[in-house]
Design a protein around this ligand. Structure first.
Ligand code: SAM
Length: 471
């Protein structure tokens, strides 16, 4: 499936409930768009001009500094220029020494400053040495990014421009989050993704499975201030209030604590009737419960739901449950299917990348007994990996055919910004699509307000995915 940006028709959503509060958003953004999105096209020309004048200015500074250094060294040597020829020799000597010092200072800044080039704190070796200084952008998707094929090749309505605009609106909202440290829960990327998709889809009812302290409930509430939420979680978020910040929503029905019921065991027709829902395509389900996603898709389809978001869409060889990304990692998909051959190009690339990205897997980790690479080393994990069972390649293959047969749309949220901007060190960009704010666009990153967040909020990206399903 092509990414959102490849669907030009999608700029004007036509579906009744697929608007986005467009007018309001337009008004809010129009005054700021001029400056925010100005660092391409025309403004890159003015930026180039600015650069040119900067170079000229620097030349002047360099000339003056060289002159001063020359005079200073001459004075030190006691050769205060009386004869023009000796003065000229000493000038060129000093100029050469000074230039050498400048080159040395510049190169040490280039290779040692973490803020200047992306050097993963995961491994102190400079990535630049391996991947080249301009290699960051091209890292994205280098190993391939498998996607689930939808029945008719349909894609989402939103574009990368919509994402960029919404990002500007979401930053101040995220700043007001009640749970500042949401370790084990969603970080910035997925909070934005969930908020964005919920706002776009405008559901009448939101259901979440896996609430933890309630951060995702809060995100859903920011997207839809007046619509009801149903939250399923073994432990009630209010329990966390004793120890610190948590979020409990006033318009949410909790199936939690002693009232907990697993998503697959809820009497959905009864619950929908109670909430006055007659059209199940107006309901959005958000899963962050670390259950086998194949199982969840089957349960959702059986109940008649159509719009699903999965928070943790783990890549092959990683994670604690069987995910859509894993299911669709098949040899017939670009970037999909792997070989356990230790002398392959893929093995070499993987072992290099492992040095830089915590979540990258090399071929040894990827492959289990009998060269099983699918799922996690040939296992289908479930329930936070409390349950796992081996599956054959044939079963794995059949699972992807099943998903394709019921899939209308598959869309993975891109990371919000490239790793040289966020300094994230966990996910490997080689297995993800290009970020919304690409590497090198620090000006935009800063103008969006993203630079004020702690790096840790960008570390949790795991390919959040939106699915639209039907029989
Ligand atoms: C990763 S946390 C959720 C984080 C939360 N969505 C957030 O963004 O902050 C996973 C949650 O799933 C809950 N959980 C475990 N088994 C579950 C199940 N069968 N159904 C629903 N939730 C479950 C856990 O108790 C935990 O609160």
């Amino acid at each position: 499936m092509s990414s959102a940006s490849s669907s030009p028709q999608s700029t004007t959503p036509t579906h009744r409930h697929h608007h986005f509060g467009t007018n309001m958003l337009e008004r809010a953004l129009s005054s700021r768009r001029g400056t925010l999105f100005a660092d391409d096209d025309e403004s890159s020309a003015s930026a180039a001009n600015a650069d040119e004048s900067k170079t000229k200015k620097n030349n002047n500074i360099l000339f003056r500094a060289t002159n001063r250094a020359s005079n200073y060294i001459s004075r030190l040597l006691g050769t205060t220029a009386s004869a023009s020829s000796s003065s000229s020799t000493s000038y060129w000597l000093c100029a050469a020494v000074f230039l050498l010092l400048v080159v040395f200072a510049a190169s040490s800044l280039l290779f040692n400053s973490r803020g200047f080039v992306c050097i993963s704190s995961y491994n102190p070796v400079s990535r630049a040495g391996f991947f080249g200084l301009d290699g960051l952008a091209s890292d994205f998707g280098t190993l391939g990014v498998p996607w689930c094929r939808s029945k008719l090749g349909k894609t989402v309505e939103w574009t990368s421009k919509d994402l960029l605009r919404a990002l500007e609106e979401f930053v101040p909202i995220y700043e007001t989050r009640p749970i500042k440290n949401n370790m084990y829960g969603m970080g910035f990327d997925h909070s934005f993704g969930l908020w964005f998709m919920t706002r776009w889809l405008q559901p009448e009812l939101m259901i979440e499975s896996g609430a933890f302290k309630g951060h995702s409930t809060w995100v859903l509430r920011q997207a839809m201030p007046d619509r009801p939420i149903i939250s399923l979680s073994p432990r009630h978020p209010e329990k966390y209030l004793k120890k610190g910040p948590a979020y409990v929503d006033g318009n949410c029905t909790y199936y939690a604590g002693k009232d907990f019921v697993d998503f697959g065991s809820v009497d959905w027709p009864k619950v929908m009737k109670k909430h006055g829902i007659t059209d199940l395509s107006r309901v959005l389900i958000f899963f962050d419960d670390h259950q086998n996603e194949l199982k969840r898709v089957e349960q959702a389809l059986k109940a008649g739901f159509r719009h699903l978001v999965f928070e943790d869409n783990y890549d092959t060889g990683t994670g604690d449950h069987y995910s859509l990304r894993q299911i669709c990692d098949q040899a017939y998909i670009s970037g999909g299917g792997h070989s356990c051959f230790k002398d392959s190009d893929e093995a070499r690339v993987r072992s290099r990348r492992k040095k830089f990205w915590e979540k990258a897997v090399d071929i040894e980790e990827l492959c289990g007994p009998d060269e099983a690479w699918w799922g996690v080393r040939g296992y289908m994990r479930d329930n936070f990996n409390h349950s796992n069972k081996p599956i054959s390649y044939e079963q794995h293959f059949q699972n992807s055919r099943y998903i394709e047969s019921i899939l209308d749309v598959y869309w993975e949220l891109p990371p919000v910004a490239g790793p040289s901007l966020t300094h994230q060190t966990r996910y490997d960009p080689a297995r993800v699509s290009s970020p919304i704010v690409e590497d090198g666009r620090y000006g935009l990153f800063q103008r969006l307000g993203l630079s004020k967040f702690d790096n840790s909020v960008f570390n949790g990206y795991t390919q959040m995915v939106y699915l639209q399903i039907s029989k």
